[in-house]
Design a protein around this ligand. Structure first.
Ligand code: HEM
Length: 146
């Protein structure tokens, strides 16, 4: 009886630990939004690099819209790095983050317009702006790499 109780206790402990590990690994809503944008970026890049493939533009419009929606999801989420800012700077940090994400939404829309117009140069320019905004956004709103 005693050994059954011990086995039962260990099983419960193991299951609890496993579900806690799983919860820790689950992506946050902000990570999901960012990963969704990355998927769209990868798909669009294939049609622009190394050569512009105008025939792919119509099917990429949906990707540009998904990018807009993911950026919209990110708009009112809070980057974890906010908590590392001095307390009296956190609201400003967050406002600055929101502005950067709002500008990112506009760039996704610029990309949609260029794709719909079959404007290769416009699409390349919008894509480059997305990449620049990504680098700048990560530089400011993510903790510096160790
Ligand atoms: C098209 C542009 C962008 C792409 C493709 C992109 C992609 C990503 C990816 C793949 C991650 C890692 C997510 C994960 O850990 O699962 C990430 C994290 C993050 N990105 Fe972006 N990003 C973009 C633009 C931006 C911009 C403009 C900002 C800020 C204004 C930003 C802020 C962040 C932050 C704060 C994190 C950390 C999230 C967290 O740890 O919870 N990103 N991004």
């Amino acid at each position: 009886m005693k050994s059954k109780l011990i086995v039962f206790t260990f099983t419960v402990l193991a299951l609890t630990a496993r579900s806690q590990i799983r919860a820790a690994e689950e992506p946050t809503p902000l990570e999901i939004a960012m990963d969704t944008m990355l998927d769209q970026v990868k798909a669009v890049k294939k049609a622009l690099d190394p050569n512009v493939d105008l025939s792919k533009f119509p099917e990429l419009v949906d990707k540009a819209i998904l990018g807009q929606k993911a950026a919209k999801d990110a708009l009112f989420l809070v980057p974890p790095f906010t908590a590392d800012q001095p307390e009296d700077q956190q609201a400003l940090f967050l406002a600055s983050y929101k502005k950067s994400i709002a500008l990112l939404i506009v760039t996704w829309i610029d990309l949609e317009v260029a794709l719909r117009n079959k404007d290769g140069e416009g699409a390349k320019a919008a894509f480059q702006t997305l990449m620049d905004q990504k680098v700048a956004g990560h530089g400011t709103f993510q903790p510096p790499h160790p």
